[in-house]
Design a protein. Structure first.
Length: 219
């Protein structure tokens, strides 16, 4: 049976959305850069129409901004956006740590191993691997709260904070290793309130660090 045209087109739009979104997060499409729909269409092997629809989806997500008679542009990084994202992240993620179930020795060993791998990747300046390991460390903790809905909200916020996280690695010489280890030390002791406090400090440090860098780029 032939697949309906609408289903094929929807699938193509989703592919273009994923391609452009990943490019924005990875920095291949720089903040404030103009997006060229026909070039994107050529790269994705599709027509102009799915690209146009994909850019509208990305506009609704906040990754793309349309300017009247000037086309689509990558939404710039901004101090206000950074602070808004991280304020909500702090609330959701710290509560997840507070409500986390006790960690087993195996789970703590896994977190230890993730930090060891992260430090090694930081020394090799492998930012791509470092971002993956950082996410696994955080989400291995948040999953223990047993709240899929909260985890889904955190996941969405991480999607939007990814550009700031990637940029912060240019200024974090230890890849936040010290801050992560403070969180893990509290978890190891069963002090989830202390772990939440350490996490809050960690996230606030990122905001302070990146706020200064964004101020410099905007001046």
């Amino acid at each position: 049976m032939t697949q309906p045209t609408t289903s094929i087109q929807d699938s193509t739009v989703e592919q273009v959305v994923a391609f452009v979104r990943a490019g924005i997060i990875d920095g291949n499409f720089s903040p404030g850069a103009k997006l060229l729909p026909r070039q994107i269409a050529k790269t994705c092997g599709t027509s102009f129409i799915p690209v146009r629809e994909a850019l509208r989806v990305l506009e609704s997500e906040g990754f793309v901004t349309f300017m009247h008679n000037r086309g689509a542009w990558v939404t710039p990084l901004s101090k206000a956006d950074l602070q808004d994202i991280y304020m909500i992240r702090i609330e959701l993620e710290c509560e997840a740590v507070r409500h986390a179930a006790p960690f087993t020795k195996v789970e703590i060993a896994h977190l230890d191993d993730l930090l060891a791998q992260s430090l090694d990747r930081q020394e090799h300046r492998d930012h791509t691997a470092l971002i993956v390991l950082n996410r696994e460390f955080h989400f291995s903790i948040y999953e223990k709260a047993g709240s899929p809905r909260r985890l889904g909200l955190i996941d969405q916020l991480w999607l939007h904070s990814a550009r700031y996280q990637r940029l912060s690695l240019n200024y974090r010489h230890d890849g936040a290793d010290t801050e992560h280890r403070r969180v893990l030390t509290k978890i190891r002791r069963g002090d989830h309130e202390g772990a939440a406090t350490a996490l809050k400090s960690h996230l606030e440090t990122t905001v302070q660090l990146m706020s200064g860098q964004i101020d410099e780029s905007e001046s």
